[in-house]
Design a protein around this ligand. Structure first.
Ligand SMILES: NC(=O)c1ccc[n+]([C@@H]2O[C@H](COP(=O)([O-])OP(=O)(O)OC[C@H]3O[C@@H](n4cnc5c(N)ncnc54)[C@H](OP(=O)(O)O)[C@@H]3O)[C@@H](O)[C@H]2O)c1
Length: 318
């Protein structure tokens, strides 16, 4: 195995241009860790925010560092004590979050229990687009929202990286689902399984949606407050980009609703449940663009337009 590897690093904060490919030492797995040869790394908005000096910067340690948390690849070495995997296993997961992820690289080390077997029905590039958004959607809808048959769900940004997976999970849990999306995405969101789609450029969703139990808000702004008007008592609003503001919290309490903030956790058992749905054909990630590792800058530009149709992925092998 080579002693060094290619990794995307940054020596300063700023625009996508601070992301540079460099030759760095290959990491070694510690006890309970595996070394993964990364085939593909998923790109998420939190990567862009952290690169620019926001996001989860406070947990990243000193510059220079490598961002990226979603990976799919092959186990090439195991540390002492690892029982779940052997060399050659194909795995995927959200690694080391919220610590330094170092996923935009040819190799990454992670606690073996943060990874699960890659679904056979997905390529590495498709699988790399799944963990962070699917875990967030699962934890919003299932862990917090207790979504099941009879639940009425509203997903904002239903065509986005997170939203398109949330719609599919809600549907697979037997819920009635509606979502907001732009004009060009209306058909797509219906095809994902939404019962109703509201074009946020043309209508006020709060005048159409009603009796909602769980709102997954990927948009923020006044979306959370407006969503409360669509909900029935006992419902929960999960605010993902930022925590609900004071006004939203007070209004939720007045209406007998909950408004909560959620940060995704790298829970392996949740990812196993998600994997089962993928293997059953109930969830299929949409990959908007695959770019080579050295074009991480372009991948970030694309995410920052807010217009990517699905997930953006970096191809490391293949
Ligand atoms: N708390 C957490 O742990 C957590 C985890 C994951 C993500 N997040 C956050 O969630 C947000 C979304 O992530 P993502 O990966 O889904 O981003 P994304 O792939 O960029 O998707 C954003 C989507 O929002 C849609 N949109 C923009 N304005 C809208 C509006 N006013 N109403 C409805 N939809 C609108 C866009 O849809 P159109 O193309 O239809 O315009 C776009 O598809 C980010 O801020 C991210 O950081 C938080």
């Amino acid at each position: 195995m080579p002693e060094t590897m290619r990794a995307v690093r940054q020596h300063s904060f700023g625009g996508p241009e601070v992301l540079k490919i460099e030759e760095v030492p290959r990491p070694e797995p510690l006890w309970t860790e595996v070394l993964v040869r990364v085939h593909a790394a998923g790109v998420n908005p939190v990567d862009c925010k952290t690169r620019a000096g926001g996001g989860i910067l406070s947990t990243q340690g000193p510059l220079p560092f490598t961002i990226g948390w979603d990976v799919s690849g092959e186990v090439v070495a195991i540390g002492s004590g690892v029982t779940r995997f052997a060399v050659g296993d194909e795995v995927y997961g959200m690694v080391n979050f919220p610590r330094s992820g170092a996923g935009y690289a040819e190799y990454v080390t992670a606690d073996s229990r943060q990874l699960v077997r890659k679904p056979e029905v997905l390529s590495h590039q498709e699988a790399a687009g799944v963990p962070l958004v699917a875990l967030t959607a699962w934890q919003s809808l299932v862990s917090v929202g207790r979504t099941g048959p009879g639940t009425r769900v509203l997903v904002h940004g239903a065509a986005g990286g997170l939203g398109h997976i949330a719609v599919q999970i809600a549907r697979a849990r037997g819920a009635w689902v509606c979502g907001t999306a732009g004009t060009a995405q209306q058909d797509l969101v219906r095809q994902l399984g939404a019962d109703e789609v509201y074009d946020y450029t043309k209508v006020r969703f709060e005048e159409l949606a009603h009796d909602i139990d769980v709102v997954v808000d990927t948009v923020a702004g006044d979306n959370g407050l407006r969503s409360l008007r669509t909900m029935r008592p006992g419902g929960v609003l999960v605010s993902l980009p930022v925590p609900p503001d004071e006004q939203t919290l007070a209004e939720a309490a007045r209406l007998g609703l909950r408004a909560v903030s959620l940060t995704v956790e790298g829970d392996r058992t949740d990812l196993e449940d998600i994997t089962a749905l993928i293997e059953a054909g109930a969830i299929k990630p949409i990959i908007a663009e695959v770019l080579p590792l050295e074009r991480a800058d372009k991948a970030h530009e694309l995410i920052e337009t807010g217009q990517a149709k699905g997930k953006v992925v970096l191809k490391v092998i293949g």
